[in-house]
Design a protein around this ligand. Structure first.
Ligand code: ADP
Ligand code: MG
Length: 626
């Protein structure tokens, strides 16, 4: 039989390699930014159009390339960063594989301009799908510019698999932030669709973090310092009270390279032991320096995971360093000698009374407290007979044959919903005190989790958290789609600070949020001024609701306004619903049950989990018969 093995042509091999290196526009951003850093640039500009689908461009003022190198850099395994295998153990650069440019050039239209400082003229190359289209001399500034257009033009399947612009853009911002955080000594600017999204002047670590994640971050940070033979650690962790619900701001850098490590994350969490509420996540920005020969970066193609020689020691050192910092902070304010005076409050503001109310979460806030109208359970929808939902059964029984009751009890839950939703819109509180008091039908809360209520046919057991989610969800949806949302005006507008990416999401969502009852007086680079809130959101809850919403929509805002409203209503219902573990007074229990059965779909939570179950007397009888 004849031989069948052949060497793949270079452009095919490059396309295959590209699959590993370039998953999405953000991968191109990462590679180009890292090359610029490796070229010792002090000023790097990132220009993106349409979330990288039309253009990714990186302009640096680094070393530039000679004419020969300008041509060679597109070859596979062409690198200036290592010469022999041993060099792998003393790496000080981001790249070393010599694969990135060859891979990108294989699947995009690429234009490169580069000039070294000592040269008079530079080189201008156009390469498309690995084919050199042109090479010219050109008058250029020192440094290099790579423009990548029409990514995946020759791999339509890949192009079609790209997610929405919001998602792709989110990935790009992530990569940008990782590189920018690792190199505060470099000036970075980032333009998206012509607008400047970040402008990060040369600074120190602390200021870089603050510049990226907004001014409010500064007061949250506690410095961490540790120097040992194995590792030296510096950076910041957030004070426990600023822990968030999502893991957005957690960064490890090892020798200036962003890495992911579940193990080290665990070490950080261990340091916070006992200081965080369940599920709360601290922010951290930790810079570890280790001798290059004690790590192996080679184990992951995109190099965000690395292997350490002595992981156990690293774990212990990291944990105790953070514990120490947090402890110090708790006992006395930490003396922070690195403190940047630019971040301090300007003198004339120091003794001023704050004019905007601070945003504090009121730990004692009880949505069900008796001394104010229970806005959480007041709803726009009300059935004429919903003040005691059980009367539906009673009523039916009266004007129908009694056998129907048994039949009704056997109906699926959906049937209850059908019957129930004869409801007409009547404004006002669902809960009418007198009627409930006279109904003589007690509800019982068990394990601060379920509400049990006798009904004609047996008992109903309601899951309080899910039921409340359903009620709130329908309220929000109705407000957003049907009603003019009612909102409560705030006496003093509140300022909420967000990072620029978060601000971008908020501005995209603004219209839907306004429909829920939010009133935005102003939106800025890093904060929004809110002068009105939806009726069922208290001042203290405003930031929680928005943070949860941003974290729920991290993977992208749904395209259609219908599903956008749906996501917002779900997220807000989740944030605001009374939780398992909350004690409810009897009145609140009744209110909850009534509210649930006035809903369009009372049988499931917005997340499709059952909200209640019923048990017929016959079922109980059967159990006792055994
Ligand atoms: P690697 O970074 O792994 O070496 P790349 O394919 O990313 O591989 O780049 C190939 C080579 O091109 C680099 O080793 C470097 O010599 C050169 N190069 C790439 N980008 C730049 C840049 N922005 N400035 C100067 N040289 C660059
Ligand atoms: Mg590289």
């Amino acid at each position: 039989m004849s031989s069948i093995i052949q060497l793949l042509p270079d452009h095919v091999a490059n396309q295959i390699a590209a699959g590993e290196v370039v998953q999405r526009p953000a991968s191109v951003v990462k590679e180009l930014l890292e090359n610029a850093v490796d070229a010792k640039a002090t000023d790097i500009k990132l220009i993106i159009k349409d979330a990288g689908k039309s253009l990714v461009q990186v302009i640096d003022n680094g070393s530039g390339m000679s004419v020969t190198d300008a041509r060679l850099c597109f070859e596979r395994h062409a690198t200036s960063k290592i010469r022999q295998a041993e060099d792998l153990f003393s790496l000080h650069t981001k790249g070393f594989r010599g694969e990135a440019l060859a891979s990108i050039a294989a699947i995009a239209h690429m234009e490169m301009k580069t000039k070294q400082e000592q040269e008079e003229l530079g080189t201008h190359i156009i390469i498309e799908g690995s084919k050199f289209v042109s090479q010219d001399v050109a008058v250029l500034p020192k440094g290099t510019s790579f423009a990548v257009k029409n990514l995946f033009f020759n791999i339509p399947a890949r192009r079609n698999f790209l997610k929405s612009e919001t998602v792709e853009h989110r990935h790009i911002v992530d990569e940008f932030q990782r590189v920018a955080l690792a190199h505060p000594n470099i000036h970075f600017t980032y333009y998206h669709n012509g607008g400047e999204l970040f402008n990060l002047p040369q600074s120190n670590f602390r200021q870089r973090i603050v510049n990226i994640f907004s001014g409010k971050t500064n007061e949250k940070l506690v410095p961490v310092h540790e120097d040992t033979e194995i590792v030296s650690i510096q950076g910041f962790v957030s004070k426990p009270e600023f822990a968030k619900k999502n893991r957005g701001e957690q960064f490890f850098f090892v020798n200036d390279r962003f890495i992911k490590s579940g193990y080290l994350h665990h070490a950080v969490m261990a340091a916070y032991e006992g200081l965080l509420k369940d599920g709360a996540q601290p922010s951290y920005f930790l810079y570890l320096s280790v001798p290059p020969h004690t790590i192996d970066i080679n184990i992951h193609p995109t190099k965000t995971e690395i292997k350490f020689d002595d992981e156990h020691a690293l774990y212990a050192i990291l944990r105790s360093a953070i514990k120490h910092s947090l402890g110090q902070f708790n006992v006395a304010p930490v003396l922070d000698f690195d403190r940047d005076s630019n971040l301090d409050t300007p003198y004339n503001y120091q003794n001023k009374e704050a004019s905007t109310p601070t945003i504090q979460v009121d730990g004692n806030f009880n949505p069900f407290s008796d001394d104010k109208p229970n806005k959480h359970f007041s709803t726009h929808r009300k059935t004429d007979n919903a003040s005691s939902w059980e009367s539906l059964y009673v009523g039916l029984k009266h004007d129908t044959d009694s056998s129907l009751e048994g039949e009704l009890a056997q109906h699926t839950i959906t049937d209850i919903a059908d019957i129930e939703f004869e409801s007409e819109e009547v404004t006002g509180s669902l809960f009418d005190e007198n009627e409930i008091e006279h109904s003589g039908n007690r509800t019982y809360q068990i394990h601060k989790k379920y509400i049990v209520n006798p009904i004609k046919s047996g008992i109903v057991i309601v899951d309080q958290q899910r039921a409340h989610q359903r009620i709130l969800y329908e309220q929000f949806l109705t407000n957003m789609t049907v009603h003019q949302a009612s909102s409560q005006q705030l006496l003093f507008p509140i300022n909420l600070f967000f990072s620029s990416t978060e601000m971008e999401l908020i501005s995209e969502l603004q219209l839907s949020l306004v429909n829920t009852g939010f009133v935005f007086e102003d939106a800025n680079d890093d904060h929004v001024v809110i002068s009105g809130l939806p009726v069922n959101v208290s001042e203290g809850e405003a930031s929680i609701v928005l943070e949860q919403l941003l974290s729920d929509l991290q993977d992208g805002i749904p395209e259609s306004s219908f599903s956008q409203n749906d996501s917002i209503a779900k997220s807000m219902a989740k944030s605001l619903a009374v939780k398992t573990g909350s004690y409810l007074t009897e009145k609140e229990q009744e209110n909850l049950v009534n509210g649930l059965f006035a809903c369009k779909e009372p049988n499931v939570s917005p997340f499709q989990k059952p909200t209640f179950i019923t048990m017929r007397v016959e079922d109980l009888d059967k159990k006792f018969a055994i």
